[in-house]
Design a binder for this molecule. Structure first.
Ligand code: SAM
Ligand code: SF4
Length: 338
């Protein structure tokens, strides 16, 4: 019966919650392997073997919010805070450009509204100097800000829904509201961005049905990029003693996302690479087609402390996963062969 559902999964016009729960719960080890095979085959057919590589610059760790899972939360007073200025960010973006990478991801904690002007200048400078595609991951801002960032030339915006389960969402987000979060994603689309979203597997109180609901949410949204990673505990946060998300469940969530969201870009997340030494390769084998390198300058890296023992995902690290998964580095990456 699981095999039948798997065969139909790609064609399901409007999968029910029950069907997605079943897809996420293969009853036997052979069914578990069949799920992996089906997701991998669909990835191969629709997107091929080349793994897309992007570069992230985590330019600041100051945050006005207190998400319970995140090491950057405002009330974590043990963290030493930094904010790179635009000149330093441009230098780091230059390093991404020199690798041949075409998309840079600018990520930070949620800054104050006053940051808008300098962010607009930054986006314009990156476009002028490097012509790179720009993905922003800055958290929730006003619709006017989204429009200003888009007009300045940013292309994609990554805002994870984190979880669509109202109770779980509320429990871990003292500053946020699930309906507002959804509204932000609609504003981002209205402002003209390609949408990135995704979620965390293993939040307290989360059930398999919550994850199934998440997958249906990003399918209905038509997200272009979907990042799914395990929860990892961070010191000095309310969830520091909560166990990490389950590896197999996270991989199954990646695979079902691939099956139901077709051509979406699915990154092999840094959190999967951190959870297990082979996590990045596994994700590539379970439907992922993209890797985000971390190009934050060495001096700041340790302070972008989302969770413990964050993996150092550089080009060598990515090459190893790509090679072991039998995949290919894109030809735009310069001077390196895996
Ligand atoms: N502040 C922005 C935001 O919240 O969208 C961007 C930076 S935030 C650190 C990026 C992502 O990190 C979040 O969307 C969240 O899913 C993830 N994250 C934070 N803490 C985590 C943890 N302890 N385990 C797994 N993922 C985590
Ligand atoms: Fe701030 Fe983003 Fe971390 Fe929440 S997830 S505390 S908004 S950096």
């Amino acid at each position: 019966a699981y095999g039948d559902l798997l065969n139909q999964a790609r064609e399901l016009k409007a999968p029910s919650l029950e069907e997605v729960v079943q897809l996420l719960s293969p009853p036997t080890p052979a069914d578990h392997r069949a799920l992996q095979g089906a997701a991998d085959a669909l990835r191969q057919e629709t997107l091929g073997d080349v793994v897309d590589i992007r570069g992230a610059v985590e330019f600041g760790n100051r945050c006005r919010k207190n998400c319970h899972y995140c090491g950057l939360r405002k009330e974590n007073h043990r963290l030493s805070r930094y904010r790179m200025d635009n000149e330093a960010i441009l230098a780091a973006v230059g390093d991404v450009y020199a690798l041949g990478i075409r998309t840079v991801i600018l990520q930070s904690g949620e800054e104050l509204p006053e940051a808008t002007e300098s962010l607009v200048e930054l986006i314009k400078s990156i476009k002028k100097q490097f012509g790179l595609r720009i993905t922003l991951s800055l958290g929730e801002r006003s619709f006017e800000d989204y429009r200003a960032f888009r007009r300045a030339g940013a292309n994609n915006y990554l805002l994870r829904i984190e979880t669509t389960d109202p109770e779980v969402f509320e429990r871990v987000h003292p500053d946020d509201d699930l309906q507002e979060r959804k509204q932000h994603l609609l504003w981002l689309r209205e402002a003209g961005f390609l949408l990135g979203t995704g979620g965390i597997v293993g939040l307290p109180g989360q059930k398999v049905a919550s994850i199934a609901q998440d997958i249906l949410y990003w399918r209905d949204l038509g997200a272009n990029m979907i990042g799914v990673g395990p929860f990892l505990p961070a010191e000095h946060t309310p969830l520091e003693n909560h166990p990490p998300g389950d590896l197999d469940l996270t991989l199954r969530a990646v695979a079902v996302t691939r099956l139901l969201c077709g051509r979406a870009f699915i990154p092999a997340t840094t959190s999967l690479a951190t959870l297990h030494p082979d996590g990045q390769r596994y994700a590539l084998e379970w439907g992922a087609n993209s890797i985000m390198l971390i190009n934050t300058p060495e001096t700041y890296r340790a302070n972008y402390h989302l969770y413990q023992k964050k993996a150092k995902v550089d080009l060598d690290f990515a090459c190893r996963s790509i090679k072991e998964a039998g995949r290919q580095l894109p030809n735009y990456i310069q001077g390196v062969t895996c």
